[in-house]
Design a protein around this ligand. Structure first.
Ligand code: PLP
Length: 442
């Protein structure tokens, strides 16, 4: 094996995953024991019954050999010769209009990451046998660029998206990469298309990094070819006529995610199966699905958002979100909300408008808990959280044979959601100084 690897070692760079991101290398699928260690392995697992195929782990050092990392210094830029007309913010429909350019970075199992290229936005050239078209090896991310009063586009916590993207990539046996390198390239793309970042309050440029398996050929396995691309879409204000609370349909039939499944990763395959339940909910007049899990009807997520609920008790107010375990997507907004609320609760950074006696809990709650709190008058508010709307207030849940009423304020928001919206928007636009906000020229 050593002889086999020697020429490979001299031509490929040895690359260690950066400490900031807990990466699993693309080739770990060849080493079941390593893969088990990295995932949520049960306490006991079957023993190895053979040795992993050679070709990816250095025989001397045990270190993973991989091709080149994403390298921003290799960037090639080809600007469009026919720029499109930028529509006014009032005419933007989410995800329908795309900017003039896109970023593409190919990966191949022999060569590693290829040269990044910013090129005119346009169709991809895919072989009909490409793995993505048959077995769904595809993942995506969603983050936004916001223009503050100074006109400078800012990204919000892109490091969190890169971390999540690498986790998803590892789960699909895709190559991983240094998150800061892709962020550098995304900043460049946003800089080139900066005129497309709308300036009106509540508007932004939605950025969609994606990875797909492009290996031509049928057969389920790790794709030897992968394409990473990033497209951008200007989006209008999420709530153009003020906050409209949503009604949820709590489905007791369909399940979004389960222990040991992929619900905690942002894989394309998690989303297609949600369309029919969403259509069924919409046919009954509900705006979103409330995904439940287990016979006790545990609350997990709302449509494609994380979920928060707050309750009053004799000792104060408790705000609850379900624990991630491996079923719930680790939302960047969820993480930001938890961090703001915990800093308030601990006294590290008090937020005006939030109650003094606030407890922040990551714990399970069931529909039985919600119904009981509604009856006792202790259910204060519920909202979904995500990059699209930041907070999405909930005013009712269709569950079994009735609608559970959830209180909302006269402006459509609950007291906690209102403060969180102000604090997060302030950080996104740069009005509240924060290390979460990253200017594209930095
Ligand atoms: C299933 C799911 N849950 C939660 C979220 C919210 O995540 P974030 O706050 O990172 O947008 C998303 C959106 O990305 C999602 O698709």
């Amino acid at each position: 094996m050593t002889r086999l690897l020697a020429p490979l070692r001299s031509t490929l760079r040895l690359h260690r995953a950066p400490l900031a991101t807990p990466l699993i290398h693309r080739t770990l699928h060849l080493s079941p024991r390593l893969l088990l260690r990295q995932s949520t392995a049960p306490a006991s697992a079957p023993p190895a019954v053979g040795t992993a195929a050679p070709g990816s782990v250095d025989g001397f050092t045990g270190e993973v050999v991989r091709g080149a990392d994403i390298d921003p210094s290799q960037l090639v830029i080809e600007k469009t010769k026919s720029p499109k007309t930028i529509p006014p913010a009032s005419q933007l429909v989410f995800g329908r209009t795309f900017t003039d350019h896109m970023l593409c970075i190919p990966w191949n199992s022999q060569k590693g990451w290829g040269k990044p290229k910013i090129q005119p936005y346009g169709p991809l050239n895919l072989d009909p046998s490409s793995t993505v078209l048959h077995y769904a090896p595809t993942l995506f991310e969603g983050l936004k660029a916001y223009k503050g009063k100074d006109g400078v586009p800012r990204l919000f916590r892109p490091d969190k998206n890169m971390e999540r993207m690498n986790r998803s990539a590892a789960r699909l046996a895709f190559p991983t990469f240094t998150g800061e390198h892709l962020t550098t390239l995304i900043k460049k793309l946003v800089e080139i298309d900066a005129d497309w970042v709308p300036t009106e309050p509540g508007t932004s440029l939605y950025i969609r990094p994606t990875m797909i398996g492009t290996q031509a050929g049928l057969g389920v396995g790790a794709s030897t070819d992968v394409l990473l691309f990033v497209i951008c879409s200007p989006v209008g204000p999420y709530y153009s006529t003020g906050f409209k609370p949503v009604k949820l349909y709590a489905t007791t039939k369909d399940v979004r995610a389960w222990p040991g499944g992929t619900g905690g990763y942002k894989l394309g395959s998690n989303y297609a199966a949600g369309v029919v339940p969403q259509q069924q909910a919409a046919a009954l007049g509900y705006q979103q699905i409330l995904w439940l899990f287990g016979p006790e009807h545990r609350l997990t997520e709302v449509g494609t958002m994380n979920l928060f609920a707050s309750f009053s008790s004799s000792s104060g107010i408790e705000i609850v979100t379900p624990p991630l375990e491996d079923m719930i997507l680790p939302g960047v907004t969820r993480d930001s909300i938890l961090s703001l609320l915990r800093d308030h609760a601990s006294g590290k950074k008090k937020l005006e408008g939030l109650p003094e006696n606030l407890t922040v809990s990551e714990r399970n709650m069931t529909m039985g808990d919600i119904v009981k709190a509604e009856k006792e008058g202790t259910l204060l508010e519920m909202f979904g959280s995500g990059t699209a709307a930041i907070v999405s207030p909930i005013d009712g849940i269709g569950y079994e044979d009735r609608v559970v009423n959830v209180p909302v304020g006269s402006d459509g928001l609950g007291d906690i959601a209102r403060v969180l919206l102000r604090e997060i928007v302030g950080r996104q636009t740069g009005e509240i100084p924060s290390e979460w906000s990253v200017t594209v020229d930095s």
